[in-house]
Design a protein around this ligand. Structure first.
Ligand code: PEP
Ligand code: MN
Length: 462
């Protein structure tokens, strides 16, 4: 995040009356069909949580969100590459300093590989500080003849398979806010306080065992060190390297939470969702006449929409018209998650339809969600080769059509878990029993993430 003036930081402190016209429609979603909404167990708790969240300080500021929009506009034009990464589902217990720093470090390392290897500025974004709500394919889950509500992310209910844990508890929204706040505080400290200094690329690798991806990283870090020493000797001012912009993002699934954290910017009267810089609409909630699209079309944040393999070009154009009627650069990102087996067949029509309509969204690949399989021992997993094949297909399609492959969106962790199969240091199914930690979808571990960064760098430069 960049430095901001005091006025900018205080912009949400005072609401203005001029904004009334733009904020008037912010509750229209309540009258529309809504998918994936929780059924809060206690209405008094719900009212109290919403009242509290309506008063708390914003997590992000309008000025930062506006800067991100200009960065995304650069990615849409092919002048930058977006890297979004983090947990499928964050957890309250997992929001510790060590785990947060490992995740941030992983994204910084991947960004360093991409920036150095492909000479492209990287827009760094975490699925972090708010990624607590999960869409589910079924409302209920049955185990050994017992049926309970599905786990919907810790902002709604608990993972434990008991009636008490699975009840939809609105007080969890307040806990999610505070957890996001402390997470973001640490992310800001790491990325503004010198930890993200490119001169530390070597240090970021410490503590990891020697293996193929790390050896390659060490080699690159040594090259960066040499370049930095050269620049230092030539008198370059390193101040700009001490800090890096790092943005927060999550799926805007829980509209009760998003609405309560929406604030009017006193500079302009415009509404901003202040729960994160970037919000996306998931594959299951992107109905053009539905509640999620309506609400997100009314806030100023840059908005992403996930597009799965059944997407029709007309739906995409209707979404663009609703969310980005003025075609503002950087406003709209399409995150495609097609599956390695079909991306080369289904993506071209969508991209060319959008291109023919004269639109220039950011095109981001999510190579995770179309490639989920069940392992023989029952774990939900993804094969590293499938993930990389979808990334390759994404680059092929955009190359062919002359559009820009603008970024990637991945589920990853900085920890040494075993959740996805494959990679140079082969993870196999037997490792799941001991090292599978995700409460939702499988993530690339630290090493698989670095390996992916090297492979994507090659794709960007060839
Ligand atoms: C996710 O990003 O975790 C997710 C649920 O994705 P999608 O909406 O693409 O299925
Ligand atoms: Mn997921």
């Amino acid at each position: 995040m960049t430095a901001h003036s005091r006025d900018e930081i205080l912009a949400f402190g005072t609401a203005t009356s001029e904004g009334a016209a733009t904020t008037a429609g912010l509750d229209h979603w309540r009258s529309l069909p809504i998918s994936q909404a929780p059924q809060w167990a206690d209405q008094e708790d719900y009212k109290a949580a919403v009242a509290e969240l309506s008063q708390v300080p914003p997590l992000v500021f309008a000025g930062e969100v506006d800067v991100l929009r200009t960065r995304l506009a650069e990615a849409a034009r092919g002048e930058a590459f977006v890297l979004q990464g983090g947990d499928c589902a964050e957890t309250f217990a997992g929001s510790t300093a060590n785990r947060i720093s490992a995740r941030v470090k992983t994204i910084l390392q991947m960004a360093a590989v991409l920036t150095y290897g492909a000479s492209v500025p990287v827009v760094k974004m975490g699925r972090i500080a708010g990624q607590f709500a999960k869409p589910r394919s079924s409302d209920t889950e049955t185990r050994d003849g017992v049926t309970l509500p599905s786990f919907r992310g810790e902002i709604v209910n608990g993972y434990e398979f008991t009636e008490e844990a699975r009840r939809h508890d609105a007080r969890r929204m307040v806990q999610a806010y505070h957890t996001s706040s402390s997470t973001l505080n640490l992310v800001r400290a790491f990325t503004q306080g010198g930890f993200a200094d490119l001169r530390s690329v070597h240090a970021w690798n410490q503590g990891f065992l020697a293996n193929p991806a790390y050896a390659k990283y060490e080699e690159m870090a040594a090259e960066i060190d040499r370049a930095v020493r050269f620049m230092g000797a030539a008198g370059v001012d390193f101040e700009a390297m001490r800090r890096t912009e790092f943005y927060s993002a999550h799926e805007a699934l829980l509209l009760d939470y998003e609405r309560a954290l929406t604030r009017e910017d006193s500079r302009t009267g415009n509404p901003y969702a202040t729960s994160a810089h970037f919000l996306w609409i998931g594959e299951r909630t992107r109905q053009v006449d539905g509640a999620h699209v309506d609400f997100l079309s009314r806030v100023r944040n840059p908005i992403g929409v996930k597009l799965g393999p059944s997407t029709k070009v007309d739906d995409v154009l209707a979404l663009a018209e609703k969310i980005d009627p003025t075609r503002e650069p950087g406003r709209l990102t399409f995150i495609t998650r097609m599956g390695a087996g079909v991306i080369r067949d289904v993506l071209p029509d969508i991209v060319s339809g959008v291109k023919d309509a004269g639109l220039e969204p950011v095109w981001v690949t999510d190579p995770m969600h179309g490639n989920t399989v069940t392992a023989k021992n029952g774990y939900k997993t993804r094969r590293f080769e499938d993930v990389m094949d979808e990334v390759a297909g994404f680059f092929d399609v955009h190359r062919e059509l002359g559009t820009h492959p603008g970024g990637m969106h991945v589920e990853l962790t900085g920890d040494d878990v075993a959740e996805c199969l494959g990679g140079a240091n082969l993870v196999d199914e037997s490792a799941f029993e001991e090292h599978y930690e995700s409460l939702c979808d499988p993530r690339l571990n630290h090493e698989q993430s670095l390996e992916m960064a090297f492979l994507v760098t090659e794709a960007l430069t060839h």
